[in-house]
Design a protein around this ligand. Sequence first.
Ligand code: TXA
Ligand code: MG
Length: 539
Amino acid sequence: MEWETKLVSPEDEEGFAAAARALADGEVVGMPTETVYGLGADARNPEAVEKIYKAKGRPSDNPLIVHVASKETIPSLVKEITPIAQVLIDAFMPGPITVIMKKSTLVPYCVSAGLDTVGVRFPVHPVAQRLIAMSGVPVAAPSANLSGSPSPTKAGHVMKDMDGRIPYIVDGGECQVGLESTVVDATGNWPQILRPGAVTMEQMEAALDAAGISKPEELKLHEVSPDEAPRAPGMKYRHYAPSCEVKILGDGMHEDFSNYLEYYKQTVMHAILDGRTPVGLFVGEEIAQHLRILFADKEEQILYYIYGGTENVEAASQHLFDGLRTLDEKGAKLIAAPAFPEEGLGLAYMNRLNKAATANIAQVRKRSGKKIMFVCSGNTCRSPLAEAIFRSIFRSTGPHHMIGHPEIEAKVDACSAGAFASGDQPYTPYSVRIAKYEYDEDISGGTSHIAIKERLVSQDLVLCMTDDHSHFLRERFPDLSDRIFSFRELLSDYDIPNVDGEVPDPYGGDYLEYMETAKQLDRIIRALMPEILKHWEME
Ligand code: TXA
Ligand code: MG
């Protein structure tokens, strides 16, 4: 906590002036705009800009947008205003658009992240304009969220992410647009949208057309697909993903009200059946009314966030980030949100919604592979057998998938090691035989490994035959103790009764003794498997 962050109302003359002064003095201030809240600092001052990256917790190789409070400031920031840039400035500024032009030397490379261009934005929000004008500096600002959370659309969101990190947040109420500005590269002879927003391609084309500029022939012939267009560098950064799955309802095409009601109904019913409640609904007023009646007796399993009229894409866009944040914070296990037609503002809405949905899937996919290690003393009898039995049971009870994602296969790699092993000893023949004939697992030719730190760090779970083993490993590797357990400890953690978790060493015994060991391991692993998988969000 470097600062005691002050929330300033625009009516508070003194506080407001102090925030503007802080900006001029090279500090970072939370600032409202019509799109989302920004984290502003003097764009000409590299030390001030550095503080933005620090507050935000994001790498300093993503370019920042420079905000101005008048069109007259723009020429000083750029080397060239192309004819199309001029049209866009005339037609859409002030407003929710960022126009990328070649930068002037006034803009340091820490703002442009080493690029020779700069994104310029003139917000229409009166409080933003007053603050920038009063500070007297061009204001570099990214969205005011911590890296990995959604862009803030209310002062409270900024406070949540930035409390203690910056001196002032100016409260300008809820943002009108709710989605970040359209980012458009205007360095060439036709605009290229790098990020869709409230200013649409249709509107830009109309403005350019009115100014007598039409689409160049080569572009008409060969439509530039979004994949070929230079990408906003920001696209490679981690995007906001709620901690649960985001489900997009419908495809936005030819849908009518009754279809959507049906999608919500199905989603709620499935969520209840699957135990994925509370289910969070980002939903229109009319549909919510129907659902409230339909699911009157299930009130506590449904979280409603009503964005406005069901078909109102402006309202859905304005409240999307707040809706995702709110439902996530309230503990939704699944969030459902409607698709809108991908035209006009719907394009920007779907762009952000798809990102929230796929970022979550990417995270689930990353979690879909786990590693488990079994540990005994010498890694020749018990643990190789446990490894084989685990694999066999996992296979025969599968296929497994990630909870809520039947399309993503769950994988677990099993291995084994010895706490006191000498290494390179062959597995005992009885273990190899039982693995093969009882469990259809070939571990022949395997040799012992020592449970050294390098092997343990990559494991998600290390399961030991006895408490002696787990105590020994935890003592040796205290920083890995969160993943080391004995069978007995885990069985008792999960309150599983009547399964003996201490597995004695059959070493030197006959085949029957090894079979007893195998049966005990079988009982333990079968009992633990569902709990372990659930813990890993697998089923
Ligand atoms: O609505 C908005 O644009 C908000 C408010 C605060 O103005 N700002 C915002 O900033 O969303 P940020 O940093 O979160 O996103 C800016 C996006 C990033 O994807 C960045 O890579 C891209 O714009 N961008 C900025 N300058 C660029 C440049 N010179 N070339 C290409 N992309 C650029
Ligand atoms: Mg951002």
